[in-house]
Design a protein around this ligand. Structure first.
Ligand code: BES
Ligand code: MN
Ligand code: ZN
Length: 491
């Protein structure tokens, strides 16, 4: 999809379809008013006839017009004018673009505007939402591929032409974020028999090869063994699929600050010997959602040519049961030297992340952020709306929360601390990999905190937000928008 801006008299904008907002109380103002006036009160007549769409999600296509530049109108219900915020705007864009899929036009111009938003953000979120609305994962379907939508060009109407350069910047950022989120979605949607650690490594290598200032370094199991990554290797022990430690190093600001991103890349989590129950186990192909988010973020960074230094470290492996698999009760030694008693082989994410966090120290990051589909407990705590954020740094936590707000990809802070950490006590090793069930998201955070002393570290638990279940089953691309926003703010 191509995006552009248009300004001037709304009634004269030449397009296959103008997308107009209709509010609950039927206010006709702004571009809607200009179009209404120029088309001899068309919209007021529709309102009197009771034909205007009412609830958010509803639309009315007016297939022919008179007296205006737009050949068609798509009227979109936007709810109350006062509560038409960025979130509602994004929903209206998704509804509009999905409706336009079934219309013959190749271009359209969006004339909706959320209350109080600047044109940079309006443009950016319009691009993100429109791209999201058109996303399909059909590369593994041989038949019934849906016909490609006719819509090729989507414009944003600017009431004030002077905002054009800001809007264009919003389009550029929106395209980069949307492209990064699509990378994350695709990698996460691919099943585990295709998206193996080796596949992820190959993808990262290609991204680096295509990107100036980005280098890929892929470590194999022999190299990991030499580094003493005993906790990571204990997770991959049961599978035939070779594990990889994927490192992407982007240096867009030599001499400047470095941010490290660490993403959990369990390409399939069966639970290992502590086998998961069958229902929903297929969704554990999404257990590399953190890795997908980090790699997607690097793809966005590459496209933006961000003036920042970012190192992505992705421990990638499978968690499978077998005669060689790690057993509950086994004690393993992490790269940091700390020993861990594995009481539950299904708490594997923290075991690969701790070695990756230790490895990331060699890049001397000013901030380190890990992203992981880490705990079912986080889904119980926050549901599917907010990502769980834990951090030992208030400053880092606050800037990540703010980034989530701005990017419409929100997180919620959970605590850490010794009351929770005590659950990890072990009689046989330095500590165990699990505590009790209560507060499980925080206990997992405490486990990771034991490997990040002295670092500005934050942990994003995306177990509830990286994918959707049910009829809309599929990856969401989160937290790519949050992470890119954080990097834009701190670059
Ligand atoms: N990948 C899972 C977490 C998960 C579960 C994410 C369900 C999304 C939906 C993780 O490896 C796991 O199995 N965690 C265990 C930890 C427990 C054994 C302490 C969990 O959450 O049950
Ligand atoms: Mn698990
Ligand atoms: Zn897992």
């Amino acid at each position: 999809m191509e995006f552009f801006t248009r300004s001037g008299d709304a009634a004269r904008v030449k397009t296959g379809c103008a997308v107009l907002g209709v509010f609950e109380k039927g206010q006709i103002a702004g571009p809607t008013g200009e179009i209404d006036a120029a088309s001899d009160g068309l919209i007021a007549r529709l309102r009197r006839a009771g034909d205007l769409p009412k609830r958010p999600g509803e639309v009315l296509l007016v297939p022919e017009t008179n007296g205006i530049g737009a050949r068609r109108l798509l009227l979109v219900a936007c709810g109350k004018a006062s509560s038409f915020d960025m979130k509602a705007f994004r929903k209206a864009i998704v509804t509009s673009v999905r409706s336009l899929r079934r219309v013959g036009t190749t271009d359209a111009v969006v004339m909706l505007a959320p209350a109080g938003a600047d044109e940079y953000n309006r443009a950016r979120h319009c691009v993100e939402a429109a791209t999201e609305a058109l996303y399909r994962f059909d590369e593994l379907k041989s038949a019934d591929k849906q016909p490609k939508p006719k819509l090729k060009r989507l414009g944003l109407y600017l009431a004030d032409g002077r905002a054009r350069s800001r809007a264009n910047r919003g389009i550029e950022h929106g395209q980069a974020i949307a492209a990064g989120a699509e990378v994350a979605k695709r990698l996460a949607n691919l099943p585990a028999n295709r998206c193996t650690p080796t596949y992820l490594a190959g993808f990262a290598r290609k991204l680096a090869a295509d990107t100036p200032k980005m280098k890929a370094d892929i470590l194999n199991e022999t190299q990991m063994k030499r580094l003493g990554m005993g906790t990571l290797l204990s997770v991959t022990a049961g599978t035939e699929e070779p594990a990889k430690l994927i490192v992407l190093n982007y240096r867009g600001n030599p001499g400047g600050k470095t941010t490290a991103l660490v993403g959990k890349g369990v390409t399939f989590d069966s639970g290992g010997v502590s086998l998961k129950p069958p229902p929903g186990m297929d969704e554990m192909k999404f257990d590399m959602g953190g890795a997908a988010g980090v790699i997607g973020t690097m793809a966005a960074v590459a496209r933006l040519r961000l003036a920042a230094n970012i190192v992505a470290v992705v421990p990638a492996c499978e968690n499978m049961p077998s005669g060689r698999a790690t057993r509950p009760g086994d004690v393993v030694k992490s790269m940091s030297g700390k020993t861990v008693e594995i009481l539950n082989t299904d708490a594997e994410g923290r075991l690969i992340l701790c070695d990756a966090l230790t490895y990331a120290r060699r890049f001397k990051p000013d901030a380190i952020i890990d992203v992981a589909t880490l705990t079912g407990a986080c889904v119980i705590a926050l549901g599917h709306h907010l990502t769980g954020l834990m951090s030992t740094s208030d400053k880092l936590a606050e800037s990540l929360l703010a980034a989530g707000e701005a990017a419409e990809d929100r997180a919620w802070r959970l605590p850490l601390g010794e009351d929770y950490d005590r659950g990890l006590k072990s009689n046989f090793a330095d500590f165990a990999n699990v505590g009790g069930r209560e507060g499980g998201a925080v206990v997992a955070g405490c486990f990771l905190a034991r490997f990040t002393e002295g670092m500005d570290w934050a942990h994003l638990d995306v177990a509830g937000t990286a994918w959707k279940s049910g009829t809309e089953k599929g990856a969401t691309g989160r937290p790519v928008p949050l992470l890119v926003q954080y990097l834009l703010d701190n670059a």
